[in-house]
Design a protein around this ligand. Structure first.
Ligand code: SIN
Length: 305
């Protein structure tokens, strides 16, 4: 059999493998360099960033559930200026593409932040975070509205040059329609899904665990839900789809590729097993050898129904 080749073609970039640690689960990359070389990754995504420093939500911010994790971080972050210095430092550690997760209170702020990082040669791509459930009342976000998604993506696309990934929400009745709106606005790829809205309650205090009442659920518990949405979206758009949701094994990665994902983002697993990427990469190779395939294109979107 030909040697195993894990590289993937996103049309706008070739990555050495399909594993991209997701925003918010991998710090700013440098924290993980002590566990394994960042060069092992396909790419990695910085924690979401606004123009100014944000303290995030009041604690508690996380709550463990069966096979999952609820979070309500509220996109805490150091602000764009500080992130620029971090990126310059991290760039010296690795050539692996750095993706900046762009946030904004309003469309104007999204644009301002996108332009700041679009101008940095150290940044490879932008991911537009229109799907965080923890910053607006009731978990609302721009990705819940097709027209807003189209308008915002178009605004960013018309004013920036770098590849633009749009991160979608599962908390909407028609995810493929929002994916199409992102594509029509000019997205180069969509990533999905962000966390599912959930909640936890405290029987003693008779109060919700989280100050915002709702929080975002991630982890293995959501994989079947996310896999379905990735499959539906992959059939609806022509741009690459990046699968996210409960990936913790090499087998999970291949499942997402089979339903049409070009690459994947790992999330919650990075918080419980910082070196998970290395294990997952080994497992992908083993699984590919068992399936007698030498590159991921051989199974991409090959699901038969
Ligand atoms: C958070 O910071 O609350 C989570 C980030 C996200 O869901 O995009």
């Amino acid at each position: 059999m030909a040697p195993i080749d894990l590289s993937i073609d996103l049309k706008f970039a070739t990555l050495k493998n399909p594993i991209i640690p997701a925003s918010g689960t991998f710090g700013y990359g440098e924290e993980f360099q002590e566990f394994f070389p960042l060069d092992q990754l396909g790419a990695f995504i910085m924690k979401g960033i606004y123009k100014n420093r944000r303290p995030g939500n009041r604690p508690p911010r996380i709550f463990e559930t069966p096979s999952g994790l609820l979070n309500s971080i509220g996109l805490a972050g150091p602000g764009a200026e500080e992130l620029k210095s971090i990126i310059r430092r991290v760039r010296k550690m690795t050539d692996t593409p750095i993706i900046v997760n762009v946030c904004g209170e309003e469309d104007e702020e999204y644009l301002e932040v996108a332009e700041i990082f679009d101008a940095m040669p150290e940044v490879g791509m932008l991911e537009l975070n229109i799907s965080c459930p923890n910053v607006r009342e009731g978990g609302k976000c721009p990705a819940q509205d097709e027209r807003h998604t189209f308008r915002l993506v178009k605004l960013i696309r018309q004013n920036t040059q770098k590849p633009l990934i749009v991160k979608l929400s599962p908390n909407v009745s028609d995810v493929p329609a929002v994916a199409v709106a992102a594509q029509e606005g000019g997205a180069d790829a969509v990533s999905l899904v962000n966390t599912f809205l959930g909640m936890a309650v405290d029987l003693k205090t008779r109060r919700p665990v989280f100050k915002n009442i709702f929080a975002g659920l991630s982890g293995p518990a959501i994989k079947p839900l996310a896999l379905r949405l990735v499959w539906l979206v992959a059939q609806s758009v022509d741009i690459p789809v990046i699968g996210i949701g409960g990936i913790s094994t090499g087998r999970d990665v291949l499942d997402y590729i089979l339903v049409g994902a070009s690459a994947v983002q790992t999330g919650t697993i990075n918080m419980v097993e910082p070196t998970a990427t290395l294990r997952i990469l080994d497992e992908i190779r083993e699984c590919m050898a068992e399936l007698n395939i030498s590159n991921l294109e051989q199974i991409k979107g090959a699901l038969e129904v």
